[in-house]
Write a protein that binds this ligand. Structure first.
Ligand code: AMP
Ligand code: MG
Length: 323
């Protein structure tokens, strides 16, 4: 790790600028939100996001929530329909995360969405996170600031218990108010669905969707919902390529598009120099490219299981077994 000493600094303008400078340099910083402390990194920088996974020791890639300052910033990243607009107007800033169709022009690193065509976005209310967003001028990806498998961090001590010497800085602004993670609502294809329960209740979400004469009393009933969903990839919570995929392949068969790594060459390479952080940042882009190639199958070179390689291999194994 390149962060031998974790500093704890109180929330103020000077220390926010310090945190923003670290984030601009590709590091991640722990900062309180109204739910739990988040581990924030520049969501447009794939290597920085790989650093979040490395610090948390997360053995798998789950899509991360992207934090922005306001609805206008959110609209640069995702497509809002009328229902998403209503939810944003009712609950932002606050502990509601919206999963919406990702705009191709968003500039968000594919590691943030784990290759999905949807993005989870939130406008936080906490002064420390808002000040950091303003100072950075970038969308910030921020999962909870704790090592994988440990309790959600509502206090600086919880952050330090598992991330000491793994991150350079924690901004301290006391215990968080809510203490449970944000409610997650998916709004895609005119259908609304709660993906995670949290501080904002299902009843509150339904009330916000009921406007004028229309009363909405259950989910998945968008008036404009298509009879059949044409792109189920937008609804699944894990991206996997459509084509058969073979892992640990030393070389490609004739009908396989080869994704190389280190000494094993390919049509593409995760990292010619064998750098696992680079491999993580390229993984989902290369899987999409392999899926779009004119060969019917995909082969992937062996990737070592060290550090973030564990999460890369987890994702590749799932793609190989199509779960
Ligand atoms: P955390 O950041 O640890 O609070 O967790 C983020 C949560 O958001 C996880 O449960 C993810 O599965 C979920 N999530 C993030 N992005 C998406 C997405 N595009 N589609 C569905 N779920 C998502
Ligand atoms: Mg968490």
């Amino acid at each position: 790790m390149d962060a031998p000493n974790t500093r704890i600094l109180p929330y103020n303008a000077h220390n926010t600028a310090e945190a923003a400078a670290l984030i601009a340099a590709g590091q991640c910083v722990a900062v309180p939100t109204e739910t739990v402390y988040g581990l924030a990194a520049d969501a447009t920088d794939g290597a920085a996001v790989a650093g979040v996974y490395a610090a948390k020791g997360r053995p798998s890639f789950n899509p991360l929530i992207v934090h922005v300052l306001d609805v206008a910033a959110a609209k640069k990243l995702a497509a809002f329909d009328a229902r998403a607009e209503a939810l944003a107007a009712a609950f932002w800033p606050g502990p509601l995360t919206l999963v919406l169709p990702l705009k191709p022009s968003s500039g968000i690193a594919s590691l943030v969405t784990a290759g999905l065509e949807t993005i989870a976005i939130r406008v936080p209310a906490h002064r420390a996170m808002r000040a950091l967003l303003e100072a950075c001028g970038k969308p910030l990806a921020a999962p909870s600031a704790n090592a994988s498998g440990t309790i959600s961090p509502t206090r600086v001590e919880h952050v330090m218990a598992s991330l000491t010497d793994r991150i350079p800085l924690v901004i301290d602004d006391g215990p968080t108010r809510q203490g449970i993670e944000s409610t997650i609502v998916r709004e895609v294809f005119g259908m609304t669905r709660i993906l995670r329960h949290g501080p904002i209740t299902g009843a509150q979400v339904l009330a916000a969707l009921s406007t004028g004469k229309r009363k909405v009393d259950r989910f998945d009933t968008g008036a404009d919902a298509p009879e059949t969903v044409e792109a189920p990839g937008q609804l699944s919570s894990h991206y996997a390529p459509r084509k058969p995929l073979r892992i640990d392949a030393p070389r490609a068969a004739e009908d396989e598009w080869m994704i190389g790594f280190g000494p094993t060459p390919g049509d593409d390479t995760l990292s010619a120099s064998g750098n696992l952080t680079e491999a993580a940042t390229r993984l989902f882009d290369l899987l999409h490219r392999a899926d779009a190639s004119d060969l019917p199958k995909i082969a992937v070179a062996p990737v070592p299981d060290d550090g973030i390689g564990e999460a890369i291999n987890d994702r590749l194994r799932r793609a190989a077994h199509r779960d």
